[in-house]
Design a protein around this ligand. Structure first.
Ligand code: SF4
Length: 248
């Protein structure tokens, strides 16, 4: 079971966060063009190792599953509750879980279970543009589905992941899309995280032109330039908003 530590802002303080990837069967959708998280995954017992991690020094825990923590096909309710019991007993200020929008309503039972511990729910939106969601990423949901999920999560801290750069976009299009998407969701979520696309083996992005320009001129892997350009946009309203909210 992979785990590592990061620094995160929780209620205005910088704290240590334990990041842990639970070995589930993987994402039930499993069709995004750039993703192969579920390939080669081996579902295996993990609770003992997970419980041992609780002896480490941290105030926040981020649980990843290579899919959706709230998908009961991927993680049965009984196993999910076993995991939450371990975290609850250890005590943390905040727990982050990830989900696709269709499972978001299941977060309500998690919050009930966790009592006063802040539950942050992260959704991989990637883009607010339906054409990009459908034709570049094959995300399997539309922007309106994300909005429905955010409404269902109104009592939660919500984080959205945006993708730099979705497959089949040029560098310029990717930057435009990331900024436009951030503006679109700025008033809907508490945290926006920009994630440079990862190149996974045996996925369309990797085999259909991610290494070159087979599909269209100007199409290739993301440049550092995109990430740097987006970072420098902190002075734009969307990014400034993000920083201000992070500092609250
Ligand atoms: S990117 Fe997320 S939603 Fe898409 S297949 Fe991978 S784990 Fe599933």
């Amino acid at each position: 079971m992979r785990s590592w530590f990061t620094e995160e802002v929780v209620q205005g303080d910088v704290v240590t966060a334990l990041n842990v990837v639970i070995p589930t069967r993987g994402c039930s959708w499993n069709k995004c063009t750039m993703c192969s998280y579920s390939l080669g995954i081996q579902e295996e017992p993990f609770l003992e190792d997970f419980a041992r991690l609780m002896e480490k020094d941290f105030d926040k825990i981020k649980i990843f599953t290579s899919g959706s923590f709230l998908d009961t096909t991927e993680l049965p309710v009984s196993v999910r509750e076993d995991v939450l019991d371990v975290v609850k007993e250890r005590g943390v200020k905040e727990i982050t879980i990830e989900t696709r929008p269709e499972y978001a309503k299941n977060a309500l039972s998690v919050q009930k279970y966790m009592g006063n511990i802040v539950v942050e729910v992260a959704i991989g939106l990637e883009s607010s543009n339906d054409r990009i969601l459908q034709f570049c990423i094959n995300k399997g949901f539309l922007f309106k589905d994300f909005i429905t999920a955010v409404h269902a999560l109104k009592s939660f801290k919500v984080k959205a992941y945006l993708l730099i750069k979705p497959p089949f976009l040029t560098e310029y299009e990717a930057i435009e899309d990331a900024v436009a998407s951030a503006h679109m969701i700025a008033d809907m979520v508490d945290v926006i995280s920009f994630n440079p696309v990862a190149i996974h083996k045996r996925r369309c992005w990797n085999t259909c032109g991610g290494q070159g320009t087979i599909l269209r001129p100007g199409y290739g892997r993301w440049w550092r330039y995109s990430t740097a350009a987006l970072t420098s946009l902190r002075i734009s309203s969307a990014i400034r908003w993000l920083w201000e909210r992070e500092g609250e």
